[in-house]
Design a protein around this ligand. Structure first.
Ligand code: SF4
Ligand SMILES: [Zn+2]
Ligand SMILES: [Zn+2]
Length: 305
């Protein structure tokens, strides 16, 4: 198999583009896809201060390196979730990566926001699914740390497979509100609500893994043990079956949705500031502060946080 551009030995075949590329031209292709997403969706400007959420997985570490190579000012934020057999390793790999590349990394422990409990402990106490609690915590912490540390934009490493699986899930359950908000950029609506962007939206999981391996990025390969049975993994499997039979399916499915935006733009939420922490919420007390109160056992609230 030869590289379509230079005739050297190809290292990857991209069936959806009907393209085989050598290492050098794959890297060029990869950086161009990220640049295209930044330009097409106006994700950020050259002078913006970016904060990237880094889990220790291939997507976030790869994106951190790519954005730095493209000359952006980008620091990392890692949240130690306290998940046995997973979080310590993720944290170590993230710290090593930051140190080896000379990047600035902020580390936050989930415990600091969960009344001293880890994500699994808090989820047991609250009888709430760990992923739902973890999702709430990550959204809150990433936004809050980003605002408090003076960043302009929060970057996440969601790739095309993640976004296509989320889209499929939202369509299967007709989550109209989520469908309106599913976009590679979510603008800031107040000074305490950071702009959020997804620059890997034009790259598949396989392409990101290939970049990481070719560039010697040491990332955590195991999935989080609490992800077992997650429907998002099943949606990915279904899409991968379709992709293997009809190359380009994932790209068409996601990008035609993003171009057509059949559900329109998200409505402006009536946000106020939480009476406890001061960060934006649609009610008097935000979901994170309600969760903390429940963990302290000093508040009964029938509303799910
Ligand atoms: S699988 Fe669930 S608990 Fe694990 S990191 Fe993802 S959201 Fe958090
Ligand atoms: Zn080549
Ligand atoms: Zn609050």
């Amino acid at each position: 198999m030869k590289c379509r551009k230079c005739g050297q030995r190809a290292v990857i075949k991209l069936r959806q583009h009907n393209l085989a590329l050598c290492e050098e031209h794959f890297e060029e292709f990869f950086l161009n896809r990220v640049k295209k997403a930044i330009k097409d969706y106006r994700l950020f400007k050259r002078q913006d201060r970016l904060l990237i959420a880094v889990s220790g997985g291939k997507d976030s570490l790869t994106l951190w390196q790519v954005l730095s190579r493209l000359g952006y000012s980008v620091d990392g934020l890692h949240i130690d979730l306290g998940i046995e057999g997973y979080s310590a390793k993720s944290r170590k790999l993230t710290e090593n990566f930051a140190r080896n590349n000379g990047y600035r990394l902020i580390i936050v422990q989930a415990k600091e926001f969960l009344e001293g409990y880890t994500v699994p402990e808090a989820s047991r106490i609250l009888r709430r699914s760990p992923c739902s609690l973890c999702g709430l915590l990550k959204r809150y912490v990433m936004n809050r740390v980003g605002v408090e540390e003076g960043y302009d934009v929060l970057v996440t490493g969601h790739n095309m497979d993640d976004e296509a699986a989320t889209l499929l899930g939202n369509i299967l359950t007709w989550q109209e509100d989520y469908l309106k908000r599913q976009y590679p950029v979510l603008e800031s609506t107040s000074e305490k609500f950071l702009k959020k962007v997804k620059p890997l939206v034009y790259l598949t999981e396989r392409e990101v893994a290939a970049y990481a391996v070719l560039n010697g990025i040491d990332y955590i390969e195991e999935e989080c043990p609490l992800s077992k049975g997650a429907t998002s993994l099943e949606y990915k499997e279904v899409l991968n079956i379709l992709e293997s039979r009809h190359p380009g399916t994932k790209h068409r499915f996601l990008h035609e949705f993003l171009q057509k935006k059949p559900f329109g733009a998200p409505e402006n939420l009536n946000l106020t500031n939480c009476s406890e922490c001061g960060f934006p919420t649609t009610s008097t007390i935000c979901s994170m502060c309600r969760t903390k109160r429940k963990l302290r056992g000093d508040f009964f609230d029938a509303t799910p946080p």
